[in-house]
Ligand binder design. Structure first.
Ligand code: C5P
Length: 232
């Protein structure tokens, strides 16, 4: 996949943590394995990867890898903002918390009474924000983890966030999602053509994903080479 050589890739991976107080937070079960597998697959093709990662238990080192560890969704957004303009392909694989506590208590919240109310406010939708400013020569790829109406929900995210391709995982598939080393995905292109893949190791799924990306780039190159010069 020589079209990926020297391409500048931005990947978000892992969960985010939204602080409640100095010792507690809201988060999710994301392991970051899929995002890291995609980073490795791109690195093997000679691409340059910026990996903006929430807290995970994975080590990855490579001369062409810039790893930016972050904790919250806001930090992830700021780090991506710094790199998005110089990115050719952005992969939004992180499980970003949609909401965060409005107020972070300065000190550990003490046990008192039977109830405690925490008001949550919206986090930035990183993929959506970059979808608004994406240039024609940039690609953005998203993920959708769905429990029901999988294809309909994934297609609506593809349109809403201006993705060029979305990778759908269903919570109803065995051995897929979260901590598993395996995944079962359906890849949906912008023209809504979808391709369903069998259960595979996340390393193999990453290769399937980057092959689809390489084929989008090759198609674009083909069509731009077909433009007839009428300027004579
Ligand atoms: O959470 P949701 O299903 O909307 O996620 C769809 C896509 O949007 C994923 O690719 C995810 O990484 C991205 N996303 C994001 N920032 C958010 C929420 C989701 O980049 N705050």
């Amino acid at each position: 996949m020589s079209v990926l050589k020297n391409k500048r890739i931005l990947i978000t991976a892992g969960p985010t943590r939204e602080a409640i107080d100095p010792v507690r937070y809201i988060s999710n079960h994301s392991s970051g394995k899929m995002g890291y597998a995609i980073a490795e697959a791109f690195l093997k093709q000679g691409a340059k990867v910026v990996l903006v990662s929430g807290p995970v238990n994975i080590q990855l080192q490579h001369p062409n890898l810039k790893l930016i560890p972050v904790t919250s969704a806001f930090e992830m957004y700021v780090a991506c903002n710094f790199h998005f303009m110089e990115t050719d392909i952005a992969i939004f694989a992180a499980a970003v918390a949609d909401y965060k506590p409005e107020i972070v208590a300065e000190k550990k919240i003490k046990k008192a009474g039977d109830e405690i109310l925490i008001k949550l406010v919206k986090n930035p939708d990183i993929a959506f924000e970059f979808g608004k400013i994406k240039r024609d020569n940039q690609l953005s790829i998203g993920f959708a983890l769905e429990t029901n109406d999988e294809l309909i929900n994934a297609e609506s995210k593809l349109r809403c966030k201006n993705f060029d391709m979305i990778v759908l995982n269903s919570m109803n598939d065995a051995y897929a999602t979260f901590e598993y080393d395996t995944n079962k995905v359906t890849i949906i292109q912008k023209d809504l053509v979808s391709k369903e893949f069998p259960v595979k190791n996340k390393t193999e799924v990453a290769v399937d994903i980057i092959k689809e990306i390489a084929s989008i780039i090759m198609q674009r190159q083909f069509y731009s080479s077909q433009v007839i010069d009428t300027s004579f």
